[in-house]
Design a protein around this ligand. Sequence first.
Ligand SMILES: [Zn+2]
Length: 342
Amino acid sequence: MRAVVIGRFGGPEVLRHREVPEPEPEPNEVVIRLDHAALNHLDLDIRNGRSGMKVAFPHVLGTEGVGTIDAVGARVKGWAVGQRVGTFAFRTCGDCPGCRAGRENMCARVTTLGGQHWGAYAEKIIVREHQVVALPDVLSFEDAIASYKLATAWEGLVETAALRAGESILVTGAGGGVGSAAVVLAKHLKARVIAATGSDEKNASLKALGADEVINYSTEPMTDALERTTGGNGLDAVFDVASGPNLLAGVQALRWGGRAVVVGAHGGERMEVDMVDLFRRHVSIHGCGRYTRAILAGVFEARCKDLPKPPVHAVFPLAKAAEAQRVMESRKFFGRLLLKIG
Ligand SMILES: [Zn+2]
């Protein structure tokens, strides 16, 4: 089969589209023939050697893919060749306190597709049987792959921040895949959404997506912008994709009892928080973002009803994965970058 393989750490030039051996499933594994895959910032971190994950070469990137079951191992029950499915990125142990409590997104021994295991930049992928999620018949493969970040947003907005209708929320990095999905979901939950990016062009797209207010933090200081957009009343919640100064400004702008959820740290892995202010105002900051199979399946169901599709910036053929990663590195995109494989 064809796959995009890296043989060493480096820039996009290390991605090679080439022939690799056909995957053979173990008794508890499923092979999926992929129709689409999606790009994540994690792919770039792994490719650059900055992810902290142990990677064995040759390696295939990609945490998310959708397609059709191509083969099942001898002991697999409940899945059959020909079923339309998506990957669940996380290989969990099933035995740690998180797994035993039914919170597989908090598995202490989790490993990830495209990280410790070959990922979805390929015609086929091998996953454990628990890493398969069924796709509703009416949801196209492109619709399904474009919906994955709604699951990340759901874990943050619904499960963690418990966002309610009428509440105000700041979404940082709102032009990216996760941020734009969070804007879509927050509007679906009838929240008042303040979306922040460093680009007027992205902000125009966010307005079109339903954002009530937009902030360009490259031209207006976040503190001033939050004062302006909240009328000085403070935020109920923050959904932050990057940590760093924007998160700090958001936390400072939270009302008493406000909640911040954080799903990334590319904007600053270390930051100084005024803990006196935090406890005095009953403000909380939660790390989150990894979703469960149930959340992903719920997102697919909701997409069949009234949950809108998050934006897709572009779809590249698998052979052009390096070009797609260059676009991601340029930051000049809005929404998700996808690969068409099948
Ligand atoms: Zn576990």
